[in-house]
Design a protein around this ligand. Sequence first.
Ligand code: ZN
Length: 445
Amino acid sequence: MKEVEKYWNPVVETLPPEKLKELQLKKFQNIFKWAYEHSKFYHRLYTDAGIEPGDIRTFEDIRRVPKVEKSMMRAIQGKDPYPYGDMLCVPLERVTIYHQTSGTTGQPVYQADSWQDWEWWAEAWACLLYAQGYRDYDRLFLPFGYNIFVAFWGAHYGAEKLGCEVVPGGVLNTEARILKMQELRATAMAATPTYVLGMADTARRKLAIDPAKDLTIRKITVAGEAGGSVPATKKRMEEAWGAKVYDHVGATEIGAWSYECSYQSGLHVNEALFLVEIEDIDSGEIITGPEKRGKMVITALDRMAQPCIRFDSKDIIQWGPDECECGRTFRLLKGGVIGRADDITKVKGVLLAPTSIEEVVRSIPELSDEYEVLVTKKGDLDDITLKVELIPGQPNNNIETIRAKLIDQLRIKTNLGYNLEFHEYGALPRYDVKAKRFKDLRQKE
Ligand SMILES: [Zn+2]
């Protein structure tokens, strides 16, 4: 492949690191000045901190800029300009689309985008889809309920931008979606990992369709949950569909900031459009190398209507040690988004990332895709229960062997002991979009 055909934007995707940093600094100065001058919220925040646009000259200066948290966004919401509040930098007439966060961690956050910002969303998605091998001959099926959540709206516009044919599979049910995919010979789709696995299960059981053999989907972009970067979950999805699965992480209030390329060597941060800083959770120091995990602080460098500047995302990430073979100079994250600062929770005094449990369950072929984790308190002690389902008709369905394997692997991966419950296939809840498999039922102080 010619170099120029490998990249959506051959110039920015291969900029030498020092040029990329120069670009980021310049863009940060611009967005900071824009927000300072056009948003009362940001003006207040920066004036109180004693920082003004002329003060940002280096990356050290950026680290002094106050962070923005979700709670601050919620506090101004519902005030003028209604309903966004004064974080807005443009008159309401310039806003062309509304979205909101799903509200799984509290009241939803409202997000305004102008047409210019929506173009920027599409650009970020076009860049990531292109890196995953999407081209103008692809027919992308979107089995997605188009609604107020941003989810795969960006995929739709980004795919159109690069010339793919988009099939909006909005209000169809799962069976109708599968049949339509088959009829149209769709080549790609984008969905949450939970739904990718759920669709394959429905296809096999209700339609006697084996997605790997009877359908033509060969690329799947997943987002919305961690599964795309959990190796055992990714393997299950790839085997079920006979397709390559690529992870993407984005957020309503941030944008489409990271993606896996066709080399599948970790998540690239789109550093031409975003500045990602990793902050040590205890000391607050910025971590620049691959030595340890921290909390992501992110800036969308070109988002204008409702800017996202040094947003404290609570996502736990870690820089990868290597460069990617694809030749992009955008840095890689190791293991994707490892968890969130608010759900990497302490159980029996041990830090637990729910994705580690997922990795163990999905690596045991006799267990179904579903599982549930319950954390409760018995007296003063934490108690953790893992519910799993056995797939019927498997040759090695010996519960005691599976139990021993689970206990062993869970001990290695999470350092904890569990109460294990085995359920019949189909007994645990199924989810259409994002699953809620981790339930912390302890009283919060
Ligand atoms: Zn790459």
